[in-house]
Design a protein. Sequence first.
Length: 538
Amino acid sequence: MLTVNDLSVSFHVGERVIEAVKHASFSIDKGQTFALVGESGAGKSVTALSIVRLLPRGKAFFPSGSIRFRERELMGAPDETMRDVRGREISIIFQEPMTSLNPLHNIEKQVSEILLLHQDMSAQQAREKTLELLKLVQLQEAEGRLNAFPHQLSGGQRQRVMIAMALANKPKLLIADEPTTALDVTIQAEILALIKDLQTELTMSLLLITHDLGIVRKMADRVGVMKDGQIVEIGDVEQIFNNPTHEYTRYLLGSEPKGQPESRDTEEDVVVKSENLKVYYPIYKGVFRKVKGHIKAVDGLTVTIREGGTVGLVGESGSGKTTFGLALLRLVSSKGSILFTGEELQGLKSKRVRPLRREMQIVFQDPYESLNPRFTVGQIIKEGLKVHRLGKTPQEREKLVSEVLEEVELDPAYINRYPHELSGGERQRVSIARALVLKPRFLVLDEPTSALDRSIQTQIIDLLLELQHRHNLAYLFISHDLRVVRALSHEIIVIKDGIVVEQGPTEEVFRNPKDPYTKTLIKAAFELESGEKRNDSH
């Protein structure tokens, strides 16, 4: 189906030339799954984008290589050929759906565009097919989402839309670049099962790029391990996992979130406390846009977070996790009590809340989206210092930035770099530094490790534990990765549809879950972690 031979990809960056991929070779047979694994910046995505020629013109060039798809040479093929191949025969699921979906177009327009471009369909037929695809990827309330825009969907919902778009024309080869990064474990399992079923039904080949080795073991037939642009080891999945020959492969396989939070005094000072917190969004219908009901994003959450303590918030995509974190920080409107260091935040005017924001910070899920691409690292971190008037002189602020970069284990020389020049792990460290430079007491960590490969995840977890110990920070840790939650959290809250279904000490919840939903989450996490192969007889 696909043969990549001696592929080298380089980029012009100013006067420098960066070698992103060096002499990579692999092949994928009809109906086969080939997984490409490696750390952030290894060259996995560049290799995938080279196949469909989506690298920036003028900057990217190919010193060597051949890419043959169904006996056709794609390297150097005319643009008309590539336009026909893309979407119809080769589709791609991108890692970051928010930056891949058009923010100005609704979901129906974006999915139906592919159908109208490649198939002889009327607008009504395209609408019906779009709805069918959204239901196929199990998007909740699919019909009601047709007019929604990307920013109105959760990360998991946006990824489902991307998958629907990729599968619209039943491609022969599907390139899945971290297809389940933004999804919780139960949805991961469903999406992977869906892709596997469609692969079997369509005899579709799959190029899977992921940092989750459990998914690789579950899905792949063959594996290629990349490091610094080179494929250092390639082989059948069982051979790679059971008898790896390269030192780097063994390092990847041994990287697991193993840390655990320090035991703490349960009488420590309460930093944040919510009582019966609710976030409702009105549903408008009719010509006069009357309120006909409410979406209950958060429905009565009560949480206590103490100094040096971490509360892990777990639930499916769209369950209200991020909304709750934003509500605690008074970034969305809510009802109920929010106490911060004993002071009631609800009802306070923004002028009174502003000084408190220095002590309440957030680290977002997608660092690429949350960092200003036009600012250098130094400008990004200094912005908060200027707003809160910390550091009397530019030199003093520069010193604070250098100190916080060292604290998150980045070279102070990064101060003049831009976000696009950093790896995913480095960008997330900058996000943590931006929050930390203000000396906060409370951090909302919204999926801070979900977009990172496993070895970098481990480093970020260790960093967060060390920073918490050093500064006695209180964390609300939002994640769908139960391994990471277990490594960081003293207490776990499991929510579903905005309602708490289970709450308690971390180890107690893991060892003896009471609610069926919690049991399902833990079971799905265990299956993905162990990498059990899916079997139709199961």
